[in-house]
Design a binder for this molecule. Structure first.
Ligand code: GAR
Length: 216
């Protein structure tokens, strides 16, 4: 069966991209990374994609007069590559309303908190400042409102005494690397259905939440 063509948008390090590329290496993984688009020419993730022979494109927001023209340029690249699902992986550019509308229900993001708690930047530090005992990551559909949109799945981690922004971020990131390839798999398997602001994943015991066991 044809694999789902995934376009990944990055701005930086690309560790979630690397996790997706690694997952897609398996012969039975139902999606392929068709292309990677970065808004930053120096994003380290570009080299990760290139090393795997994945076409990369840089679309700089600096070359576009406004958000929508930037969005249209990114979308044009994705269309040229026949992308069917757009995956944001550390993409730090805010879209105009045009992009999430154009890719409605086919645009997903991963965010390092248990949404709707802690939106915006430095969300792991926000979690520490709030004194929460549990944090994690959220895969969600992207809508025009920032860090909002129907939740597809979440993975939780404990917040430990003595955690810093770095240690908590690293613990959450390890779960991101497990969760995101799974979520892309569900889309590729046609198991995700979207009704209003609710996402259902067929065949899961618990359809909106994955609670991974805490690490030792
Ligand atoms: C990840 O932690 C991701 O959840 C976060 O940026 C990091 C990117 O890391 N995204 C957001 O905060 C989006 N609101 P990566 O480039 O190594 O995948």
């Amino acid at each position: 069966m044809a694999k789902l063509r995934v376009g990944v948008l990055i701005s930086g390090r690309g560790s979630n991209l690397a996790a997706l590329i690694e997952a897609a290496r398996a012969a039975d993984y139902p999606a392929e990374i068709a292309c990677v688009v970065s808004n930053k020419a120096d994003a380290p993730g570009l080299a990760i994609a290139a090393a795997s022979g994945i076409p990369t494109t840089i679309v700089s927001h600096k070359d576009h007069p406004d958000r929508e023209s930037f969005d249209r340029a990114v979308s044009g690249e994705l269309e040229r590559q026949g992308v069917e699902l757009v995956v944001l992986a550390g993409f730090m550019r805010i879209f105009s309303a045009w992009f999430p509308t154009r890719w409605a229900d086919r645009l997903i993001n991963i965010h390092p908190s248990l949404l709707p708690a802690f939106k915006g930047m430095h969300v792991q530090q926000q979690a520490l400042d709030a004194g929460v005992r549990v944090s994690g990551c959220t895969a969600h559909l992207v809508i025009p409102d920032l860090d909002s949109g129907p939740i597809i799945a979440q993975a939780a981690v404990p917040v430990l005494a003595g955690d810093t922004e770095e240690t908590l971020s690293a613990r959450i990131l390890r779960q991101e690397h497990r969760l995101y390839p799974l979520v892309v798999r569900w889309f590729a398997e046609g198991r995700v259905s979207i009704g209003g602001d609710r996402v259902t994943v067929r065949g899961l015991a618990c359809d909106a939440m994955l609670l991974f066991s805490p690490e030792p």
